[in-house]
Design a protein around this ligand. Structure first.
Ligand SMILES: *Cc1c(COP(=O)(O)O)cnc(C)c1O
Length: 375
């Protein structure tokens, strides 16, 4: 008998989505603007303690607009965490700028502040001071923001926080996405909450967000006909999608609690196994545990993440390697990289376990039993 599929991270509806979507349809606000767009923008700014939010078609679009607002252009360099999803870095290439990739440190798996400073000094030596720093709170774990912001302030470089995976995470009591010049969120189907696809740009600089909304709706100047003095994009989110998002935001805290429960369950059940390790939260860091990850280190090379992944797959359980670092991706071949292979090692040793907030106790137990049987 084939058992039910256990997904890595699938959408988890609260039930209110269909009510709000029906309301959006009934009101005929079926367009990339409307009351749910406005409502979700206010709710996101409140959630992240930022001045304003622009609701957009994706997290990638949000990073792209942040780079446009910072006037990144051809020939510029932009610093980006290497250990991430390609959505963090692709917008640098959209603007024909050059990424410089920074390795991770081992405490949070995010941007290493030491490698960051090396990269900045090297770029300044080349007379090309980086135009922005894109730091990621990967898998929901906040990056070392005090250290990174101190360096960014010292060299006066704006910071974009990629909090696509980190809604609901906090750093020293403050929401991820609201700690620097810009924050971005993603509401893709696999993220902690979803609009079926969407994203947001956050900032404490309201004029930036006003400008982002303008650029995201084709940069239409105010005149009866359509007049364009700037290059625009079609990056706004539909009011129908935003209706889903408003319902999802209402249960954010429960979703974070469920994801954290998954992590605690895996850790309690598996941490005694010598070959497996988990990423702990440093003091003051609160992760939403978007995905629960393990590292597999076996001195005797009997077990590795691939073996576990294939064993899970045979039981109809989805798991995935950790993100492959950007400096190893063919699309970014030849780009500069600063670091000491921390992210390469994480990629080789890591595995993301099923982590949806909709997993049952039985699902979690099935995963644990299968992993134990491999060891
Ligand atoms: C999902 C994700 C993105 C991109 O978000 P989309 O909404 O899919 O465009 C960017 N960065 C990270 C780290 C992500 O996980």
């Amino acid at each position: 008998m084939i058992k039910d599929k256990i997904w890595l991270s699938s959408p988890h509806l609260s039930g209110k989505e269909s009510v709000y979507v029906q309301d959006a349809l009934d009101s005929n606000w079926v367009a990339p603007l409307g009351p749910y767009v406005n409502q979700m923008e206010v709710a996101l700014a409140t959630q992240t303690n930022t001045k304003a939010a622009a609701l957009l078609s994706s997290g990638t679009a949000a990073i792209h607009l942040a780079l446009r607002l910072l006037k990144v252009q051809q020939g510029d360099v932009v610093i980006c965490q290497s250990f991430t999803f390609s959505g963090s870095a692709n917008p640098i290439l959209y603007e024909k700028a050059q990424p410089i990739f920074i390795d991770s440190e081992t405490d949070t798996w995010n941007m290493c502040p030491i490698a960051l400073e090396h990269a900045i000094l090297s770029a300044i030596k080349e007379n090309n001071k980086p135009k922005a720093i894109i730091v990621v709170h990967l898998y929901g774990m906040p990056a070392k923001m005090d250290e990174i912001l101190a360096i960014a302030t010292q060299y006066q470089i704006p910071v974009i926080e990629d909090a696509a995976e980190a809604i609901g995470s906090t750093y020293k009591g403050k929401a991820c996405g609201g700690l620097s010049d810009f924050g971005i969120l993603s509401f893709n189907g696999n993220k902690l909450i979803t609009t079926s696809g969407g994203g947001a740009l956050l900032s404490n600089n309201e004029p930036y967000i006003t400008k982002a909304r303008f650029l995201a709706s084709q940069a239409k100047d105010s005149s009866p006909h359509y007049e364009h003095t700037e290059l625009g994009f079609n990056y706004r989110l539909s009011n129908v999608s935003a209706a889903i998002g408003v319902a999802q935001l209402e249960v954010l805290e429960e979703r974070v609690a469920a994801r954290r429960h998954n992590f605690d369950y895996y850790k309690n059940a598996l941490q005694h196994i010598e070959e497996l390790t988990f990423l702990e939260e440093p003091e003051g860091y609160f992760s939403n545990r978007w995905l629960s990850c393990i590292l597999v280190n076996d001195k005797n090379n009997k077990i590795d993440p691939t073996k576990i992944r294939l064993a899970l797959e045979a039981e109809n359980i989805e798991s995935r390697p950790l993100w492959k670092p950007m400096h190893l991706q063919p699309i970014f071949k030849g780009c500069m990289y600063f670091g000491h292979k921390v992210s390469e090692n994480l990629f080789l040793k890591g595995l993301c376990l099923p982590s949806g907030s909709n997993l049952s106790q039985e699902d979690l137990n099935r995963v644990v039993l299968k992993i134990k049987s491999c060891l």
